[in-house]
Structures are given as C-alpha cells and as structure tokens.
Write a protein that binds this ligand. Structure first.
Ligand SMILES: NC(=O)c1ccc[n+]([C@@H]2O[C@H](COP(=O)([O-])OP(=O)(O)OC[C@H]3O[C@@H](n4cnc5c(N)ncnc54)[C@H](O)[C@@H]3O)[C@@H](O)[C@H]2O)c1
Length: 346
C-alpha cells in the first residue's frame, strides 16, 4: 500500500481543521475539495485577486452532498496581519497557497508580488506560529532554481533567481528555515513544477500554457508556441500536487520536517509534444469536423528569461514523504480536456 493510499484511508477517521489560503484559486480549490471529500473541516481564505467564486461553487459541488457544512469561507487578504491571525485561529494544519503567481506579472509589478508573496507569507507564518499550528505547508516554486543549468533539479542546488517572483519564493523558503531554527516551528515547502488541471484559468495575459492551449484547441483560435517548441517542462497533474500537500502536512517523521521538496512528475515533455497531445485530447471530446478542432499552431519568438529545460528529481519527496505521483501527463490532459470542453458548452 502506498503512503498516500494509507493516508486516504486513515484521514477520515478523525475530523481535523485545515486552513487553505488561496482557496478560490486553482490549486487551493483542489486541496479543499479533496479534504472535504475526506471528511475534514476546511476554512478557506481568499481575496479574489486572481481566484474566482465559480471555483468555490465547482469545488463544493464536486466535494459531494452535505460537505458544504464543513466549509467556512473567509474573504480576506494575507497582507493583513489580523486577517491571518483570525484565519489561523483553532486550525490544525495550514496549506498556504495564496500568492500572486506568474513571472511576467512580477516583472510588471514587483511591489505587488512582494507585498502578497513575502509580507503576506510572513504574516501567515507568524500567525501560524502564534497559534501552535501542527504543520505549515506552503507553495514554493521551481522558479527558485533560477539560472542553475543542472538537470534534473535537485533541492540542495538552486541558482540565482531570475525574476521578482522567484525572489519571493526563495525568501519564503529562507523565512521558513529561520522560523524552524529559532522557534522550533514546523513547516514544509513544496516547489511546484508546472502544475495543471481543471479550474486553472485559461484567460488573461498570465495564463499558463496548458489551459491557454486547451481554450484554443476547444474553442477555436491559434496555439502560440514560444520558440522552436523544443523547450521542455516537467508538467505535474493537480492530483499529484494534492497528494504531496497532504503527505507533507501529515508527515510524522521529524527528518521530513523543515525541508523543501520538488513536486513534479519527474518526466519532461517538449512544448511540441505537449501541443500534439492537447490537440489529440481536444479532438477526442469534440464532435468530428467541429470547426474549433482546426486550431493553427504558430511559432513565435522565445520569451526572454524562459529557461530552456526543466525537469525535477523527485526522489527526496519519495524518500521522506512517500510521494508517488499517480497521474501521468496523458491522464491529466484527458481530464482537463473534458472539463474545459464542458466550460465551453456552458
Ligand atoms: N500553478 C503552478 O504551476 C504553480 C507553480 C509554482 C508555484 N505555484 C504556487 O502555487 C500557489 C497557488 O497557485 P495557483 O496556480 O493555484 O494560482 P491561482 O492564482 O489560481 O491561486 C492563487 C490564489 O491566491 C489568492 N490570493 C492572491 N493574493 C492574495 C491575497 N493577498 N490574500 C488572499 N488571497 C490571495 C488568489 O485570489 C487566488 O485565488 C501560489 O503560491 C503559486 O505561486 C503554482
């Protein structure tokens, strides 16, 4: 039995309270959905900066009948210390996801990214410490590898950050380490690599590649590939990311605490391969000869600052957390395709 299968069996035996920040966003809404389905109480915090009320509605519908009663939503901002204190009151675990994502967004407005991602993070860390939270799991990012040319990426060797966003995530990791050293505070950082799945926003200038391309492939429009398409990434389906969060929060061995872990699939895929897969999955859910299935693929310039290849070594998370990704890229894309197609039909 895998560590996660065991956790899924034992978690419902006791109802505990989990705070999920960024709950109206993509990853936060999936964490809340799984926890509610497992009979846990969830308090969700969000200020809707990039999240959406529709995600909460969809999340509650999927969590199952009657689960709404165990969900408490707080509309609030992690930049407020008092909000963070109120949110942390009487919770057992914190899964801190609230942040302003996207490298280009941070380049356009570094101060905004700093306020939410560093000040907001510190507010949450301090509030969680004051409330004796059992464990604090937070979203870091593969961007902390910065200019390191190493492949695969191993946790112990990062490079110099290349964007304000990467600085904010690197600062999170430093603060978490310092809190562990000085206050005996227990936290675990998860360096997410290109997480994708249902409810990820396909719109706007900062949309990630998979939702953007699904929108084009299913609704009609061009698929733009930056560069020659040989750029590669380690795409991680949301269910794998949820698994890592729950395992991290409940990690029982002290050697597992106060570390950062790569959260990825451990396999890299080029953008050209990804594009072909998305077009195939979209064709599978569209009626034959549907005009939307005729999307064109257009190569344009490389995006400045984009690293060429990214691939995670996930052995540390395997060893200390028992992390074992259950969903391959293809399975995740098939689920996304059905979901994005449903959205288009609404
Ligand atoms: N999706 C990925 O591939 C990926 C990769 C690396 C790291 N991450 C990190 O994972 C976390 C979740 O990302 P996501 O993809 O779900 O993004 P998202 O934008 O869908 O979710 C972030 C949520 O945080 C909320 N939020 C933003 N600022 C806030 C504030 N000041 N107070 C309260 N709530 C606030 C937003 O409204 C949103 O609902 C973020 O910390 C992000 O940096 C994501």
């Amino acid at each position: 039995m895998t560590a996660y299968a065991e956790l899924l069996e034992t978690l419902p035996e006791k109802q505990e309270t989990w705070l999920v920040t960024g709950v109206a966003g993509f990853i936060g809404s999936h964490l809340a959905e799984t926890l509610l389905r497992l009979g846990q109480k969830v308090r969700g915090l969000d200020n809707f900066a990039t999240g959406d009320k529709k995600n909460l509605v969809d999340m509650l519908a999927k969590a199952g009948p009657g689960r709404q009663a165990d969900f408490e939503f707080m509309e609030g901002d992690v930049r407020s210390r008092q909000t963070c204190r109120d949110a942390c009151a009487s919770v057992d675990y914190v899964l801190h996801q609230a942040a302003l994502g996207s490298v280009p967004r941070s380049l356009e407005n570094p101060l905004a990214s700093n306020e939410t991602n560093i000040n907001g993070f510190l507010n949450m860390l301090d509030a969680a410490r004051a409330d004796n939270i059992r464990s604090f799991v937070y979203a870091s990012s593969s961007s902390v590898y910065g200019d390191s040319p190493d492949l695969p990426k191993r946790e112990a060797r990062t490079g110099n950050p290349l964007s304000p966003y990467a600085v904010t995530k690197a600062a999170n990791e430093l603060y978490a380490r310092v809190f562990a050293l000085n206050y005996g505070f227990r936290s675990i950082g998860l360096r997410y690599f290109n997480v994708f799945g249902e409810r990820q926003n396909p719109r706007g200038p900062y949309a990630a590649v998979i939702p953007q391309w699904f929108a084009a492939a299913l609704l009609g429009g061009n698929i733009y590939i930056n560069g020659d398409g040989k750029t590669s990434r380690d795409f991680c389906f949301i269910e794998n990311c949820v698994q890592a969060n729950l395992l991290a929060a409940r990690a029982a061995t002290p050697e597992a605490w106060n570390r950062v872990y790569n959260v990825a699939a451990g396999r890299n895929t080029s953008l050209n391969q990804l594009c072909a897969m998305i077009r195939r999955e979209a064709a599978a859910v569209l009626p034959p000869d549907h005009p939307a299935g005729q999307s064109s693929v257009i190569h344009r310039d490389f995006r400045p600052g984009d690293m060429r290849h990214s691939l995670a070594d996930i052995s540390l998370a395997k060893r200390f957390l028992g992390y074992a990704p259950e969903y391959a890229l293809e399975q995740g894309l098939a689920r996304c395709s059905r979901w994005y197609a449903e959205q288009g039909n609404r």
